[in-house]
Design a binder for this molecule. Structure first.
Ligand SMILES: CC(C)(COP(=O)(O)OP(=O)(O)OC[C@H]1O[C@@H](n2cnc3c(N)ncnc32)[C@H](O)[C@@H]1OP(=O)(O)O)[C@@H](O)C(=O)NCCC(=O)NCCS
Length: 152
């Protein structure tokens, strides 16, 4: 039997060999490597080690990792502004795809937001993963993401 660790409460999960816990500084290098392997490391200024250290120190950010076989195999981040919450950058090691880990991480971060009494949560994703998030209860909206670089 394994346990899900969220917000200092241990909960039993249906998956015996996977633990979900909050990310710590020692996870950063592994996560950067994971993002690189998945071709999700397009903006080092945003997702590099320095930025990820800032995430860990941000009280409005939630960052969970999945641990299996004694190593971090997945990660998800999210943040809220006191009203709206958003989930982004879900990433699972390819070796561990289709084992229910993505599902467990998304459900876990939603549970964290629910605990904060936030009424809705959004996710940034691509068409390729739309069906995955629909299975988790998300539906597509008319709103989409626009990006502006703040480089001088
Ligand atoms: C998308 C991703 C997170 C899925 O993780 P995973 O651990 O393999 O997914 P799970 O095993 O938890 O799958 C849960 C369910 O979604 C389905 N699913 C998994 N990937 C899917 C996809 N890309 N499209 C549609 N359904 C998908 C599974 O079949 C499963 O269905 P079931 O509950 O009916 O059995 C993973 O493929 C990944 O990390 N991809 C690269 C990064 C990425 O694209 N991230 C998402 C954008 S932020």
């Amino acid at each position: 039997m394994s346990f899900l660790y969220i917000s200092k409460i241990w909960r039993i999960t249906p998956m015996d060999d996977i633990k979900i816990r909050k990310a710590v500084v020692d996870d950063i290098k592994t996560i950067v490597l994971l993002l690189q392997k998945l071709d999700m490391f397009n903006y080092p200024d945003i997702d590099g080690e320095t930025a990820l250290r800032r995430v860990l120190n941000n009280n409005n950010a939630i960052w969970l990792v999945a641990v299996k076989d004694a190593g971090v195999v997945g990660s998800v981040r999210g943040c809220w502004d006191g009203s709206r919450a958003i989930v982004h950058q879900l990433a699972i090691d390819k070796k561990y795809h289709h084992q229910g880990i993505g599902k467990l991480l998304v459900d876990s971060i939603i549970q964290e937001f629910a605990r904060l009494n936030i009424p809705t949560v959004s996710v940034t994703t691509t068409e390729k993963n739309r069906a995955f998030f629909e299975k988790r209860g998300f539906s597509k909206t008319e709103v989409f993401l626009m990006l502006k670089s703040l480089d001088t």
